[in-house]
Write a protein that binds this ligand. Structure first.
Ligand code: NAP
Length: 407
């Protein structure tokens, strides 16, 4: 083994793919129990490793030399075996976090920052925030002086960084604070990257506060580690190329738009072209209830249908790498507009109103497409990141979507 990631439980990790895309080398996942660490480090059968939960502090004692940065932070996430066999430890989470901040549009200079969690990532983040000129950096811990009971004593904070695993897939509905109470908030950073928009991020975004997830940090820290492993230099363009590839792969492409605008047809072709599974929210509802949306609306009304739809969307929004075609009114409940974005690139498919099919679509028939559109247009606008016209050829529409999302 030359390169890899040492941790206790690694599950699915994007690191092997990130390192392959960066440097073209193999990168293994190394799961060890605490009592196996002595043997692993005395064998030293690696050229370079990253270290993750829970060994970032434990690994310090195996390093013969530490970088100045790792010493200041108090933990390592990268260890390189030098030509003489000695181990050099560094912390590239620091560099990854600085890169993330510099690409997020979030200002930390002169700002009061609140960092949730006191583990390895929090240590690197706090050191970086001070170096970037934050006026104050407070950590919040379940057991510390600043905790989640008295956290609202700090509602003047300008920037919040979540450096805990709370909110990570599959427990995406969890969060440690209510961001809405921080009226002076100008930025929210969540080191989590699955889902792409955590609950904290969605709360911030609803108040138009800029937010960023941890994927850029993950790729950038990998590039900094790779430089230590191989001597390769990586430019911002290299990091962005890998970031985009992983982001595209992780997220779903989710289609919204008026009934009859072509979501199913475009979705099928998109799924075929990208070799991804197609999920149709209406088909999912039919599978769950044994009834079509039209039948549910007719028998129990639109409100009951929307309740069932939100329940289905809550599960579908946790998926990764799918094509999702949604019912036309899915944007109506406020809760849904957050769920749509949670792990998806949301594409609003537009079509000339007179060309919209209304057969088998009860709301289009009862209310009329023009009236329906008048009410829904701002909601589509609020939900969509990409707006694509589907008045022409379906193949062209699919190509436009792929091009817009950035592959
Ligand atoms: P860690 O060393 O295990 O520390 C996590 C900290 O979070 C703990 O020290 C704890 O602080 C707090 N915490 C844990 N469980 C909690 C819970 N149920 N409720 C409230 N607080 C809890 O892990 P880490 O390496 O710092 O990583 C933390 C998070 O950052 C993880 O989600 C990890 O995936 C992410 N991360 C991302 C990147 C990236 O590149 N994007 C890099 C590193 C880490 P207290 O005990 O003080 O409350």
């Amino acid at each position: 083994m030359e390169y890899g990631l040492l941790g206790r439980r690694l599950g699915h990790s994007y690191s092997p793919e990130i390192h392959r895309l960066l440097g073209g080398y193999e990168y293994e996942l190394i799961e060890k129990e605490p009592e196996e660490l002595d043997g692993f480090f005395s064998d030293r059968e690696f050229k370079g490793i990253n270290v993750t939960i829970p060994y970032k502090i434990a690994a310090l004692k195996y390093c013969d030399e530490l970088s100045e940065r790792a010493r200041r932070i108090g933990c390592v996430n990268t260890i390189v075996k030098r030509a003489d066999g000695s181990l050099y430890g560094d912390n590239t989470d620091y560099e990854g976090f600085v890169y993330l901040i510099n690409h997020s549009g979030i200002k930390v200079e002169g700002k009061q920052c609140l960092v949730l969690g006191t583990g390895g990532a929090s240590k690197a983040v706090c050191t970086a925030l001070m170096d970037l000129g934050a006026s104050q950096v407070l950590t919040v811990s379940r057991t510390g002086e600043n905790n989640y009971i008295n956290i609202y004593n700090n509602v003047d904070a300008n920037v919040i960084v979540n450096a805990t695993p709370v909110g990570m897939f599959p427990s995406c509905d969890e969060s440690l604070v209510n961001v809405v109470r921080f009226q002076r908030l100008t930025g929210l950073v969540d080191l989590i990257y699955n889902p792409a928009h955590t609950k904290l991020m969605l709360q911030a975004e609803r108040d138009y506060v800029p937010s960023a997830n941890g994927l850029r940090m993950l790729v950038s820290q990998a590039a900094a580690s790779s430089k230590l492993f191989t001597g390769n230099n990586y430019t911002d363009e290299d990091i962005e190329r890998v970031y985009k590839a992983i982001d595209f792969k992780m997220k779903n492409i989710l289609l919204i738009g008026m009934p009859g605008c072509g979501k199913t047809t475009v979705g099928k072709l998109l799924a075929e072209k990208l070799n991804r599974e197609l999920i149709d929210t209406d088909a999912e509802i039919e599978k769950r209830t044994g009834r079509s949306p039209a039948e549910i609306i007719k028998a129990e009304g639109e409100a009951e249908f929307r309740r069932i739809e939100t329940e289905a969307l809550r599960d579908i929004s946790l998926l990764s790498g799918k094509i999702i075609s949604c019912g036309g009114g899915i944007i109506s409940p406020k809760e849904n507009r957050g769920l749509l974005k949670r792990n998806s690139n949301v594409v609003w498919l537009q079509r000339e109103i007179s060309a919209l099919a209304s057969e088998g679509r009860p709301l289009s028939q009862i209310i009329g497409n023009k009236e329906l559109y008048r009410y829904r247009e701002p909601l589509y606008m609020e939900s969509a990141e990409y707006i694509i016209n589907n008045d022409g050829n379906v193949n062209d529409t699919v190509n436009k979507i792929i091009e817009a999302i950035g592959l």
